[in-house]
Ligand binder design. Structure first.
Ligand SMILES: [Zn+2]
Ligand SMILES: [Zn+2]
Length: 285
């Protein structure tokens, strides 16, 4: 079942500025009424008061967040290649389009009908077709793109702030100044001890497959991975880090594999890979 989500204007603008992820967190279980492969459509209210369509996330996974997670227990992950953010500026007001859908939004200010838990609404397939037709010609939002997160993590841990800065510079779109400042702060405070402590705790093994390079090869090859990605607001803290072999690390990033806190597993479509070596407190809230 497709969904419609009302993204509060101020929150949308702050999220875009901070660097969007192709995912959405909410406190309402209705978020998980959507099926994998279905679309979540998001609209918002522009600063000039016009309502505009800003995203279609084609869902590739539904996961749970840790208890007490600030943005809610339920999370959807959009398929990276199939999801799209639409440019908000050039659109005409879509109030008639939204009022024409089966979701009840009659009368009053449109946004008020979508407050609180009502921000997430179920759509019919006919509604979905209407939105898909409208969206077909919309230009995409150039700022909505992911940072090269593996490179960022490597620079953070293995290289200097110069390498980190270069990556930020080479990625001009999608990261606002406030977020850049925060990321730079991480780079300057980066704490190699976190990685060294993780390697010591797990004796260099991958937490997913237990591959053990120190025993096999006499070298440390496993890498620290931020469960909640840095570019998505994650902290550079032990509670947000796991130790992964290079293969698992690459797979997690290339597939944008969600981490499901319900069973502490990475989700690769139908395949789930739990942490088999799991000895430290994780808390990505
Ligand atoms: Zn592994
Ligand atoms: Zn990583």
């Amino acid at each position: 079942m497709p969904l419609l989500y009302y993204w509060r204007g101020d929150v949308y603008r702050a999220d875009l500025d901070a660097g969007v992820g192709f995912h959405l967190n909410q406190a309402t279980p209705r978020l998980h009424a959507i099926d994998v492969g279905d679309s979540l459509w998001a609209f918002t209210r522009r600063a000039d008061g016009a309502y505009v369509l800003v995203a279609e996330l084609v869902v590739h996974a539904r996961t749970l967040n840790p208890d007490g997670f600030h943005y809610g227990r339920y999370r959807l992950w959009g398929h990276l290649a199939r999801s799209r953010y639409f440019a908000a500026d050039a659109q005409a007001d879509i109030t008639p389009l939204i009022r024409g859908l089966s979701v009840s939004s009659r009368g009053g200010v449109l946004g008020r009908a979508f407050q609180g838990a009502a921000a997430v609404r179920s759509l019919t397939l006919a509604d979905h077709a209407v939105l898909a037709r409208y969206a077909a010609a919309l230009p995409t939002e150039p700022r909505a793109r992911l940072l090269p997160e593996e490179q960022l993590e490597a620079a953070l841990v293995e290289e200097g702030t110069a390498a980190f800065e270069r990556i930020l510079l080479e990625t001009p779109a999608g990261v606002g100044e406030a977020r850049r400042g925060q990321l730079r702060g991480f780079a300057q405070r980066r704490d190699r001890h976190l990685v060294l402590a993780l390697r010591e705790l797990y004796r260099g093994r991958c937490q997913v497959c237990a591959w053990d390079p120190p025993t096999g090869y006499g070298v440390e090859l496993c890498e620290a991975h931020h469960l909640r990605w840095l570019s998505r607001g994650g902290a550079d803290a032990a509670t947000n880090l796991v130790l992964l072999c290079p293969n698992h690390h690459r797979a997690v990033h290339r597939c944008d594999a969600p981490f499901d806190w319900a069973d502490r597993a990475f989700v690769f479509g139908e395949r789930r890979e739990p942490l088999v070596v799991d000895e430290h407190l994780l808390d990505a809230s």
